[in-house]
Design a protein around this ligand. Structure first.
Ligand SMILES: NC(=O)c1ccc[n+]([C@@H]2O[C@H](COP(=O)([O-])OP(=O)(O)OC[C@H]3O[C@@H](n4cnc5c(N)ncnc54)[C@H](OP(=O)(O)O)[C@@H]3O)[C@@H](O)[C@H]2O)c1
Length: 296
């Protein structure tokens, strides 16, 4: 675990100003019932796992653009820093005050504890966890040939890692004053329907739906809103195979359409910026023409 620290005494105040001018603030009715500080500076702090590439990077950039403070987590420090460099190139060097890189393996309980401790020390209150880190595992391996270690690696990352991060966020959100926060789990359309030879990925993504529902129920008394985004074919490293041709349910190999990852990031931001009294429980965002709806 390695944290990049560039704390500024003014960082919190800057975030508060951003929040007050944000057009997506809570509506009047919600503001009446929510404690004032809930829409204040510290509520706009997020932990984003897998923030060094693909969807996590795009979401981290979108949140930074919107004035959030973001703790970026992933196993590779260099790619996390690249994400912050991209933000700085677009938004100016001041954005570095709102970005904290924490090298983290989400499947390691001690790393996850250290991640949330570092985010808390730097930003205080936690408003959002985007539980995004994941792996497809070895694609195209039939179930009867899948090594147990490969199965376990996917389960450790996609399910156990998501649980550990959600548990750490839940604990903090339950204890902080005022209570509450939001967790968005990154599921998949594989939480609904498998691709051929994807047993580990599909099983963990189905399990994430159970994690989301359970946390959503258990979070109610504490103003913890838990939702899930199920994505299909956003253009990232993970979906590079869609563009070269991927095995279909009928045995064909076909190129599939993909969509811009920025369209996912905007959806996550919308979910993140709702008042805690409202929750997108499940959102499905996919490449419009991909083979999914209509059994192919
Ligand atoms: N792209 C899509 O169309 C699509 C569709 C459905 C669902 N998803 C989901 O979206 C999420 C992100 O995928 P992506 O498409 O953006 O692919 P990606 O670019 O491969 O991103 C995966 C990210 O997870 C991180 N990661 C993997 N194992 C980790 C671990 N043990 N600890 C911490 N971080 C870890 C990786 O960083 P490090 O290697 O540096 O750790 C990487 O940044 C995944 O959960 C995936 O299942 C994507």
């Amino acid at each position: 675990m390695n944290a990049e620290r560039t704390a500024s005494p003014n960082a919190r105040r800057t975030d508060l100003q951003d929040q007050r001018t944000d057009p997506q603030e809570a509506p009047e009715a919600a503001r009446e019932t929510a404690p004032e500080t809930d829409s204040g500076a510290a509520a706009r702090t997020a932990v984003v796992t897998g923030a060094g590439s693909g969807i996590g990077r795009s979401v981290a950039l979108e949140l930074l653009r919107a004035g959030w403070s973001v703790a970026l987590a992933g196993r590779r420090d260099t790619t996390l820093r690249e994400t912050v460099d991209l933000a700085a190139a677009e938004l100016g060097d001041a954005v570095r005050e709102r970005a904290l890189c924490v090298r983290t393996d989400v499947s390691e309980p001690d790393d996850v504890t250290a991640l949330f401790a570092a985010a808390r020390e730097r930003f205080g209150r936690l408003g959002l966890l985007f539980n995004n880190a994941g792996t497809f595992g070895p694609g195209g391996v039939p179930v009867e040939e899948l090594p147990y270690d490969a199965w376990r690696h996917v389960v450790d990352t996609n399910l156990n890692g998501a649980f550990l991060c959600a548990q750490a966020a839940f604990r903090q959100m339950k204890e902080q004053e005022p209570r509450g926060g939001r967790i968005i789990n990154n599921g998949s359309v594989s939480a609904h329907a498998p691709r051929p030879h994807s047993v580990a990925y599909t099983a963990t993504k189905h399990a994430l739906t159970g994690l989301t529902k359970s946390l959503s129920l258990d979070g109610r008394p504490y103003r913890i809103a838990v939702g899930q985004i199920d994505i299909g074919n956003a253009a990232t490293d993970m979906t590079a195979r869609m563009r070269s041709g991927i095995l279909q349910a009928d045995g064909d190999v076909a190129v599939e359409p993909v969509m811009d990852v920025a369209d996912v990031a905007r959806t996550v931001r919308h979910m993140a910026e709702l008042p805690l009294e409202a929750n997108v429980q499940f959102a499905t965002v996919l490449a419009t023409a991909m083979p999914y709806i209509g059994r192919g």
